[in-house]
Every structure is written in C-alpha cells, then in structure tokens.
Design a protein around this ligand. Structure first.
Ligand SMILES: Nc1ncnc2c1ncn2[C@@H]1O[C@H](COP(=O)(O)OP(=O)(O)O)[C@@H](O)[C@H]1O
Ligand SMILES: [Mg+2]
Length: 332
C-alpha cells in the first residue's frame, strides 16, 4: 500500500516488572500499521497481549507496566514523545477507545448526559447547551431510542447493549480518525453482539474512521475486517488480509483458532480446541512461544524463536514450517 499509515507501531515492547526477577513481556516487539479508513483485527486468546497493545497506544499503561522500547506514530507524530497533556488531547480527539465492560468506563454517579457533554467540552470549546445538543444527536446516531430521556439516566439504568452504545457515542464524539475497540461485545449476549458490531462498522463508514478491532473470536474477524493480525505470547505470529488468511491459514496457532470455531449444524462443542494454555508472559519458552502446544513442533522450534517473515505480499508468518518459503497446507 502506498498510502501513508494513520497509525504506525514499530518494535513496541511493554513489560510488567512484577518483582526483582520476574518480568512479564506482555507486548514483546510488535510492529504494525493501520491505514486510514481500514478495519484491522487483533486476534488471540486471553493473555496474548491484545489489551496491553491497545493501552500502550493510548499510553494508559500503569505501574508496574512500562513501555520500554519502540515507536508509536499517528500521522507521523511520535506519540511516545508527547507530554501527558498533549497525549490527553490525542485521546478523544484523534483516537477513541471502547472497552469490553462499559460499566468500568462509565462513571456510576453521573448521568449519561453529564458524561457525554463533559467529554465533548473537554475536547471542543463549546458551551454546555451546544454540547448537550451534540450529545443528544450522537445518542440518536448510535441508535438509542428516546435520547433526551436517556441523557438524564444513570449507567446502571441501561442494559449492557445500551451502555455499549453510549460508549460508542462517547468514543466518536470528537470525530477520531482511529477507533480502538477492545472486545467491545464480549460481555453482551449474542444477538446484541451482532448489533453492536454492525453499529461500529456503520459508524466507521459514516465518520470515515479506521477501526482496530480486538477480539478473541475469529468468527467476528471474518465478517467485519479487512486485515488480521494474530497475536500469541506478546508477538504477532501471522498477519494477512482477512480473505487470504482464512483461505490459506499458515501458522499452526491460527489454524488451531480456526478449528476451534463452532461450526454451523454442529452441536458437539469445540472439537479442534488447541490443547494447553498460553505460557505466562514472565516465562516464555526460549524458542517459538507456541512450541509447547504446536502439533507440528520440530527440534529447532524449541531452540530459537522464528522471525516474522513475509511469504506472499502482505502475508507474514512467524514459523519454521515456512523457512524455505514453502507451505504445508495448500494443494498446489
Ligand atoms: N496489570 C498487570 N500486571 C502484571 N502483568 C500484567 C498486567 N496486565 C497484563 N499483564 C500481563 O500481560 C499479559 C497480556 O495481557 P493482556 O494484554 O491483557 O492480554 P489479552 O488482552 O490478550 O487477554 C498477561 O497475560 C499478563 O502476563
Ligand atoms: Mg484483553
């Protein structure tokens, strides 16, 4: 792609210093870009480093965590060099974020109206009345019925789906160029999940935002995203345009994630689930981080960690099975 990236992350490392001899390498050298208007998925099981990646971009990492290396640029501006005040302005104005559990992001003691107008006024120099009008129209945009009444209500009075709609309204209130959604539908029931994802994509198109969608569900990726990055053990193990990734899945981990998706007409649950669990971030194996669970593990996988290599245009894989640019699972 010749277009300038909107967001560019290079060799980002975010570590948690748990005690004198334990360091959790939550994010361990990841690089990726998000282009204007694009929808990119960041996928992986729980504990793979997805949220810490998002929080690093927002610079919301707290002790004992620390961004120790790398670069994060937005429109060519280095975010890691900004003063806290400048970063506050980036959050909201340029990057909006939606979290998994809206209850933790909303303040229980203020009305919905208060919270949205507050955010609008923090970033735009408008008076209360103008902010309120904008708040009501945003609630309308995200499909909230009777927005004037909802303005006067408190978060606990709304359903989970409605709360997530409010969060989306707040995240897009200042027209960000990038929206980061961290498992935005995980806490919701299935029918509401689809509605919220549809709404996000609708908002993305309407406001021409780029969307970084974090999820543990490859099923969601298939329907909603242009490009996928698969994360395991704090690193990207496979990255490709969505269609290509699903057509020719290269990394054994991604293959495992796909196999564990429930299939239509199949009530036996999760036949292909990957055995074992993600190794703890303070104790990764020396070699490939997936070696302990990989059905194709070879000796060298236990000795050193493979590099992320581009096999076809835009399709990157971190796996020794493809050392010579070969592949194990295509039919030609
Ligand atoms: N507050 C924290 N303190 C210590 N370690 C943490 C903290 N937050 C995250 N980690 C470490 O980072 C890893 C990745 O976390 P996270 O990004 O939240 O995973 P994901 O969002 O993919 O489920 C965790 O498995 C853990 O080892
Ligand atoms: Mg997470």
């Amino acid at each position: 792609m010749s277009m300038q990236p909107l967001l560019d992350v290079e060799q980002l490392k975010t570590y948690f210093y748990l005690n004198q001899n334990q360091v959790a390498k939550a994010v361990d050298g990841i690089s990726f870009s998000v282009f204007p208007g694009e929808t990119v998925a960041l996928v992986g099981e729980s504990g793979s480093g997805k949220s810490i990646t998002a929080l690093s971009i927002m610079q919301l990492i707290n002790k004992p965590g620390k961004i120790i290396e790398g670069s994060i640029t937005m429109n060519n501006q280095e975010l890691l060099k900004l003063k806290p005040k400048q970063m506050t302005s980036i959050r909201g104005n340029d990057i909006g974020m939606i979290f998994q559990e809206p209850m933790t992001a909303l303040n229980p003691v203020f009305t919905i109206g208060n919270q949205i107008t507050e955010i609008i006024r923090k970033h735009k120099k408008v008076n209360r009345r103008v902010a309120e009008i904008r708040a009501v129209s945003l609630l309308k945009v995200v499909g909230i019925p009777r927005p004037e009444e909802i303005m006067k209500e408190y978060p606990h009075q709304l359903s989970g789906g409605m709360r997530q709609r409010v969060m989306i309204a707040m995240a897009i209130s200042c027209d960000p160029q990038l929206l980061i959604a961290d498992e935005p539908t995980t806490a919701l029931d299935v029918t509401i999940q689809a509605q919220i994802l549809d709404l996000m994509v609708e908002m993305q198109e309407k406001f021409q935002m780029a969307l970084l969608l974090i999820t543990h569900d490859l099923g969601v990726v298939y329907e909603y995203t242009d490009r996928v990055m698969v994360m395991y053990g704090g690193q990207i193990v496979e990255q490709a345009p969505t269609k290509q990734l699903l057509k020719l899945t290269r990394h054994p981990y991604t293959q495992g994630l796909l196999a564990s998706l429930p299939k239509i007409d199949e009530d036996v649950d999760r036949l292909g689930t990957i055995k074992g669990t993600v190794p703890p971030a303070y104790n990764f194996p020396i070699g490939c981080r997936f070696a302990t669970r990989c059905p194709f593990v070879m000796d060298k996988c236990k000795e050193s960690n493979p590099e992320l290599k581009e096999l076809d245009t835009g399709h990157f894989v971190r796996c020794y099975l493809y050392e010579d640019g070969g592949s194990t699972n295509d039919d030609d």
